[in-house]
Design a protein around this ligand. Structure first.
Ligand code: DX5
Ligand code: ZN
Length: 223
């Protein structure tokens, strides 16, 4: 179970300058980021390619920060072992990307990692109801995955509220993460809805260091 003292910021390094990735990652953490969000794209489940498990292994050799891995790939089961070996802390797979989600969520957990289930904007919460007692996290996409810098699709905020109500009702322990188009201007709304972990790419890396700290503080100081 993911035990959190307060709400967290998980910046997506997809929006960092890859030429200076180490510096960008260290700086994000220095400015108050809690985790690093690692967007893995296969050019099939989503149109673009990004990076694979080596990036996690390299980050972990230099910094023990929590790596929150988001696998935007078809057949995520093919990559689970590699991400476990790279010492990923949390592995999110898409409900739309596999036929055997129960098996792979359990495989991730048995390997000692936290496991998350992710849903695209048009995938309803009702379709993942059987995952909810099993997972450590539900990742709600508020853009169609594949690119950073897209406009937030706000009807997804209702899913945060729905997931928050279900966990209270049933006593489930999963955390709720939102990803896509989140900025300092709409973060309050997702926190109010019950979101625990905020992913931000362009809305975080596009800020100067004072802005980055302010964004992190808004999340940490949320009551
Ligand atoms: C979308 C990725 C997101 C994205 C976030 O495919 O999963 O994590 O990089 O970037 P912004 O915050 O710019 O939408
Ligand atoms: Zn992501």
């Amino acid at each position: 179970m993911l035990d959190l003292d307060h709400r967290l910021l998980s910046p997506s390094i997809l929006s960092a300058d890859f030429y200076n990735l180490g510096t960008e990652a260290e700086n994000a953490l220095h400015c108050g980021a809690n985790w690093l969000h690692i967007d893995v794209m296969d050019g099939h489940f989503v149109p673009q390619l990004s990076f694979g498990s080596k990036i996690v292994a390299d980050i972990k050799r230099h910094n023990k920060c929590f790596c929150d891995c988001h696998l935007m790939v078809t057949n995520p089961e093919d990559l689970i072992d590699a991400f476990v070996a790279a010492k990923a802390d949390l592995i999110n797979i898409h409900a739309e990307a596999t036929y055997h989600g129960d098996r792979y969520i359990n495989r991730i957990k048995d390997a000692g990692c936290f496991a998350g289930i992710t849903i695209n904007p048009t995938t309803p919460v009702s379709s993942i109801i059987h995952y909810l007692p099993l997972v450590d996290m539900v990742l709600v996409m508020s853009v169609n995955p594949g690119f950073s810098g897209q406009k937030c699709i706000t009807y997804n905020f209702d899913k945060i509220r729905e997931l928050d109500n279900i966990r209270k009702d049933k006593g489930y322990s999963y955390k709720i993460e939102i990803d896509g188009g989140i900025t300092m201007h709409n973060v309050q709304t997702v926190l109010d809805a019950g979101c625990d972990i905020v992913v931000a790419g362009s809305g975080f890396f596009g800020l100067d260091n004072d802005g980055k700290r302010q964004f992190a503080d808004m999340i940490h100081n949320y009551k």
